[in-house]
Design a protein around this ligand. Structure first.
Ligand code: PGA
Length: 238
């Protein structure tokens, strides 16, 4: 009952060549939701190309003296549908805390945006007990009963070429699902992120608790991104 969602996180990169051409890999296809997270500069172009668009982050306050920030309300008014909250790169280089992320999620929902809440253990937190407690802390204060998406992104897998094995990822996705209120367990999508590519996508997406991917590096290569979507479509058809 959960449709796949494949998200392209372009991070601080220019849009890939040809991305905005009609029929490009970033156009949403019937059986699988495709969402593009461009830099702020490219949001309008992505909307004009007919994409479902998300912002990579947003400020919880509606407006005010926050130089360099863009509010959830502004993003929603600009035409964004989704927003990432608490990506590990924001937690690391902008010192966003679990509390900041929870505020962003609430503000996003109030602004009518769909938040994708990013969680995941760090480099030295591989131990299964440790990683569970990191994720519990990251989800504390998040309105888990609301219509949100969660992205499990182990920090050691992001941009490294090292991917969680399908079994490792599935175990964590099942754990995260068990933390959701009962009436949301079947509905909330949990995406995997961290070096997902054309070669490993099928095995990851086949897992029962993996409902899509948050794709960084491979989303900058439209042909490879298309292969990831094709894997989702193949599994959906089964
Ligand atoms: P990656 O990035 O696919 O390059 O590992 C994923 C992410 O940071 O969302």
């Amino acid at each position: 009952m959960r449709r796949f969602l494949i998200a392209a996180n372009w991070k601080m990169n220019p849009a890939p060549a040809g991305a905005f051409d009609s029929g490009s890999a970033f156009q949403s296809l019937g059986a699988c939701d495709v969402v593009v997270f461009p830099s702020y500069i490219d949001i309008q172009k992505a909307l004009d190309a007919g994409f479902i668009v998300g912002a990579q982050c947003g400020h919880a306050k509606d407006c005010g003296a926050c130089t360099g920030d863009v509010s959830m309300k502004m993003l929603s008014e600009a035409g964004c549908t989704y927003v990432l909250c608490g990506h590990s790169e924001r937690r690391r280089s902008h010192h966003e805390t679990n509390e900041d992320v929870a505020e962003q999620v609430v503000a996003a929902l109030e602004a009518g945006l769909h938040p994708i809440v990013c969680v995941g253990e760090g480099d030295n937190e591989h131990d299964s007990k440790k990683k569970r407690s990191v994720i519990e802390a990251q989800l504390k204060g998040i309105p888990l009963g609301s219509d949100i998406t969660i992205a499990y992104e182990p920090v050691w897998a992001i941009g490294t070429g090292v991917t969680a094995t399908p079994e490792e990822a599935e175990e964590m996705h099942a754990f995260i699902r068990s933390l959701l209120p009962e009436d949301r367990q079947e509905k909330t999508r949990i995406l995997y992120g961290g070096s997902m590519n054309a070669l490993n996508a099928h095995l990851l997406l086949e897992q029962p608790n993996i409902d899509g991917g948050l794709v960084g590096g491979a989303s900058l290569k439209p042909n490879e991104f298309k292969e990831i979507i094709d894997s989702a479509l193949e599994i959906e058809e089964k």
